[in-house]
Design a protein around this ligand. Structure first.
Ligand code: PDD
Length: 290
């Protein structure tokens, strides 16, 4: 079965799906994106992702390509046409097609929208075997990492360095020696004193939807946590660490630069939060369902 993409109003097999060489995403990385998990055919935390998309678009002054409701229909249609049960939807909006000049094109130029879906590994029932190793890298990104732009070169280089080191993720460290986030995930610790922490939102990190969903669940469960950043030394001394992202959910971080974090096994807090998020995503209902 050939994969189907939505490209500017049409559903096309991937081999026929194409954008212009003058698309500003291609020329300037002038666009934003979202990755929305799909589980059992349902979009997970769709509202959070569409809120963040609206914010990203607003921050770089691209008009929404269609209404939120219409976009929801397209996302579901792409999932359906690709028969994705477990996997993800990728959507990208760029400033559109125009002669290559840095300032924005004239107002008539419409934003371009591409949506794809693909199957992925099913998230396991328990976090055992789901843990990963990471390396550390200097955070070389720009000063507005809160916008989910398609300009991901530093992230790509950091993740490639991780792969070449036999690790999965790169944990990014700012100039003050503090952890910002992973190259494609937010980072959490249970610190040496037993406090669950993740860095507060701000321009240095992406406001992760999985992070937001988990924080909501922590509130419901009365689990104490602090939105307080931590240093690389804190991470090395942590009892537990884990990542959150649309594709990792809660992913135990067991080794850093070759050394174990805590005892190098999935810790009790990580295990509990994995279970909490698993219950949350399993309970997600698709808006389009009766
Ligand atoms: N990445 N930080 C960065 C830099 C990210 O790229 C991501 C997600 C996150 C986690 O955000 P969320 O929980 O909303 O997925 C944090 C996606 C999955 C990607 O680029 O593939």
């Amino acid at each position: 079965m050939s994969r189907i993409a939505y490209v500017n109003g049409r559903y096309l097999p991937h081999r026929e799906a194409a954008v212009s060489i003058e698309d500003r995403g291609y020329q300037f990385a002038d666009g934003v994106y979202e990755v929305i998990p799909v589980l059992a055919g349902r979009l997970i935390d769709e509202g959070l992702h569409l809120d963040r998309l609206a914010r990203s678009l607003g921050e770089i002054r691209i008009a929404p390509p269609m209404t939120r409701a219409a976009l929801g229909v397209v996302l579901r249609e792409v999932v359906r046409r690709n028969r994705v049960a477990d996997g993800m939807v990728y959507l990208q909006v760029t400033r559109g097609v125009a002669r290559r000049e840095h300032p924005f094109p004239l107002p008539g130029v419409k934003p371009a929208l591409v949506v794809t879906a693909r199957r992925g590994a099913r998230v396991p029932e328990a976090p055992d075997g789901w843990g990963i190793a990471a390396i550390t890298r200097p955070d070389e990104r720009w000063a507005r990492c809160d916008i989910k732009t398609i300009g991901l070169l530093p992230n790509v280089l950091a993740r490639q360095a991780a792969r070449e080191a036999g690790a999965y993720e790169a944990v990014l460290i700012d100039g003050a020696g503090n952890v910002t986030e992973g190259a494609a995930a937010n980072v959490w610790i249970v610190d040496a004193a037993g406090v669950l922490r993740t860095r507060a939102l701000g321009p240095a990190i992406l406001p992760g939807c999985t992070r937001a969903a988990l924080i909501g669940l922590l509130g419901e469960e009365n689990i104490v946590f602090e939105e307080r950043g931590f240093s690389l030394d804190d991470l090395r001394a942590a009892r537990e660490a884990f990542l959150t992202s649309a594709t990792s959910f809660v992913r135990p971080l067991l080794r850093l630069d070759g050394a174990p974090i805590g005892d190098g096994e999935v810790g009790p807090v990580t295990r509990r939060l994995f279970a909490l998020l698993a219950t949350h995503v399993a309970g997600t209902r698709n808006h389009a369902e009766p």
